[in-house]
Design a protein around this ligand. Structure first.
Ligand code: NAI
Length: 331
């Protein structure tokens, strides 16, 4: 039996984790969940939102499934999500974005892969208050991290039969930092002559994505642009409730949805567990449990195709009703 760390998060985290754990159990996949709490709820008892035991558990098990954890906005503790990615050097944030059955959106055939650098950029969290009216944030871009993420994107393209890797920057303005990212992309791209190359500025990309996302394949971006563009691309396939993701490093991988803890619908049995479920399906594939992964994916697609959906994607089912439907459709 495989042991996997489960961070069930806060906000809607516990509701969607419960749903996904039930579905995986019903599929017959034998997973022993090592449940680890993190975030605001553990600060009082343990003095930190990300206790060492969470990191130790992931280092030991190598794989984690993670529901969202709230980060206070404009004050308070540093993001647990950002710390986790940094501490475990989960340098690649992979966010596939593909249409799902029976979720009507503006475009059909969206099939994009976002590869977001996950350890530096403005997310390094280096900020200083100069005076009452001025604050600085430092954007850190290194050749090592930029080449590493571009190599990941090209390798992903090769392994998954994708045609193009497009570098996204604002190198016309941030000539040194984004310029270094672009130079790193060009250095790496030389080794992949069979994969098409393309460069685009992030503002132009956003305009083109909302006009016709089918013109793009794999996008490789520094951290902040990757964060923002992947919410945009989530919108192209039905919203945050269906947008999956994974944070991948050399030693460990943490699978988590793109969305946050959705405090506005917390505890209302309304949350869509699809994004976490799709992340878990990728996790099962990653550990070689393809049969279970395919069975769950098939059950999810059948449920959606039958018109059984949560409210965020135009349906009427609660989280628990949607979960039961998926379980009924398992082969
Ligand atoms: P959010 O993603 O939590 O919510 C944005 C909107 O999408 C809300 O209206 C919410 O109800 C809806 N939504 C999100 N997930 C949904 C789901 N599964 N089903 C149905 N509707 C869903 O973004 P927001 O409000 O900006 O952030 C809330 C908190 O989450 C913040 O503290 C933020 O820092 C944190 N966060 C955590 C992340 C993580 O743990 N990886 C990622 C993003 C945000």
């Amino acid at each position: 039996m495989r042991t996997i760390t489960l961070i069930n998060g806060d906000g809607i985290g516990p509701e969607i984790s419960d749903s996904v754990v039930k579905i995986i159990k019903a599929s017959g996949a034998e997973i022993n969940w090592d449940i680890q709490t993190a975030g605001a709820d553990v600060i009082e008892k343990e003095g930190t939102p990300l206790p060492q035991r969470v990191l130790d558990s992931i280092k030991k098990n190598k794989i984690a499934l993670k529901a969202p954890v709230t980060t206070p906005i404009g004050r308070g503790f540093r993001s647990v999500n950002v710390q986790l990615r940094k501490e475990l050097d989960l340098y690649a944030n992979l966010r596939p974005c593909k249409n799902l059955p029976n979720i009507k959106t503006r475009f059909e055939n969206v099939d994009l892969i976002i590869v977001r650098e996950n350890t530096e950029d403005l997310y390094a969290g280096i900020e200083e208050q100069i005076d009452e009216n001025t604050a600085h944030s430092i954007k850190v871009i290194t050749r090592q991290a930029s080449e590493r993420i571009c190599r990941f994107a090209f390798e992903y393209a090769l392994k998954n039969g994708r045609e193009e890797v497009c570098a996204v920057t604002k190198a016309n303005i941030m000539k040194l930092s984004d310029g270094l990212f672009l130079e790193s992309y060009r250095n790496v791209a030389k080794y992949y002559p069979h994969i098409k190359q393309r460069e685009i500025l992030v503002d132009n990309l956003c305009m083109q994505l909302v006009q016709d996302p089918t013109k793009f394949d794999i996008l490789v971006l520094p951290n902040l642009y990757g964060d923002i563009v992947s919410d945009l691309t989530a919108g192209l396939i039905g919203g945050l409730g269906v947008a999956q993701g994974a944070n991948i490093g050399h030693d460990c991988a943490v699978f988590e949805p793109v969305h946050g803890s959705a405090p506005d619908i917390k505890g209302q049995n309304k949350a869509n567990p699809t994004a976490l479920l799709l992340s878990a399906i990728e996790m099962l594939k990653y550990i070689g449990e393809n049969t279970y992964a395919q069975n769950i994916e098939h059950a999810l697609f059948k449920t959606l195709a039958n018109g059984n959906k949560t409210a965020d994607i135009g349906g009427t089912l609660s989280t628990t009703e949607f979960t039961e439907e998926i379980i009924k459709n398992l082969g």
